[in-house]
Design a protein around this ligand. Structure first.
Ligand SMILES: C[S@@+](CC[C@H](N)C(=O)[O-])C[C@H]1O[C@@H](n2cnc3c(N)ncnc32)[C@H](O)[C@@H]1O
Length: 211
């Protein structure tokens, strides 16, 4: 029999808080590692200023910082608990100024225009209030020629019953590959890649800001 869905825990994927939020953050740090690696492998060039939107517990930035010793990193998340967990996970780099974490939502990023070479987001776009406008806000903070990469494991039209129930309860937007591509285009990005790994059920989009 399929195990019941613990919505008290699962709702912390949208906004981690309290004890269950901490459990969810720990779970996501481990559970999203392979998906994150796959997304990272799709980015051809990172540049030196990099932002993670919806950074959760900060494991993705930790890994990237090891791979890109020349780069400087920012992470933001709407959840104060996620941001404090990210600081904890990246204590040394936060203290030495190589990494900065901010509590904020994607819709109003507290960064100057054209600051970043690359912005990425793992498993967060589902929860954004207005994905098209939010991608435009991401485009604003990207340099011309900069990239946005996102990866998702809940893909529209291919959800299991369990994922369907979670998506409905958490009011998630789970795009199909076509919807993700349209979203990139409608937000002004030049689409570099839309990849759907149907075996693992993963979806990755990479877009470039043209000017
Ligand atoms: C499923 S978790 C993924 C966290 C992390 N990227 C990872 O892969 O482990 C989604 C994250 O997006 C954040 N989030 C939700 N809505 C957001 C918004 N409007 N702006 C920024 N972050 C948001 C949540 O607080 C949560 O930490």
């Amino acid at each position: 029999m399929e195990r019941p869905i613990d919505f008290d825990l699962i709702r912390n994927a949208r906004f981690p808080e309290g004890e269950f939020g901490l459990r969810m953050i720990e779970g996501m740090n481990q559970g999203h590692a392979a998906l994150t690696d796959w997304g990272f492998s799709q980015v051809e060039s990172w540049g030196k200023t990099i932002l993670d939107v919806g950074c959760g517990g900060g494991a993705a930035l930790r890994k990237l910082a090891e791979a890109l010793p020349e780069a400087t990193f920012w992470g933001c998340d709407i959840s104060p608990l996620a941001v404090s967990a990210s600081v904890e996970m990246n204590r040394e780099n936060t203290l030495n100024g190589r990494m900065t974490f901010v509590v904020c939502g994607v819709s109003e990023l507290p960064f100057e225009s054209k600051k970043f070479d690359t912005v990425f987001s793992v498993e967060s776009l589902y929860f954004w209030p207005n994905p098209k406008e939010d991608l435009k806000e991401i485009s604003r903070v990207l340099k011309p020629g900069g990239r946005f990469m996102t990866v998702l494991e809940m893909v529209g039209g291919r959800l299991s019953q369990r994922h369907q129930a979670i998506a409905e309860r958490l009011e998630m937007f789970c795009p199909t590959a076509e919807e993700l591509e349209n979203l990139f285009k409608e937000s002004g990005f030049c689409v570099e890649k839309i990849l759907h790994d149907t075996e693992r059920g993963w979806l990755c989009g990479v877009g470039m800001k043209m000017n």
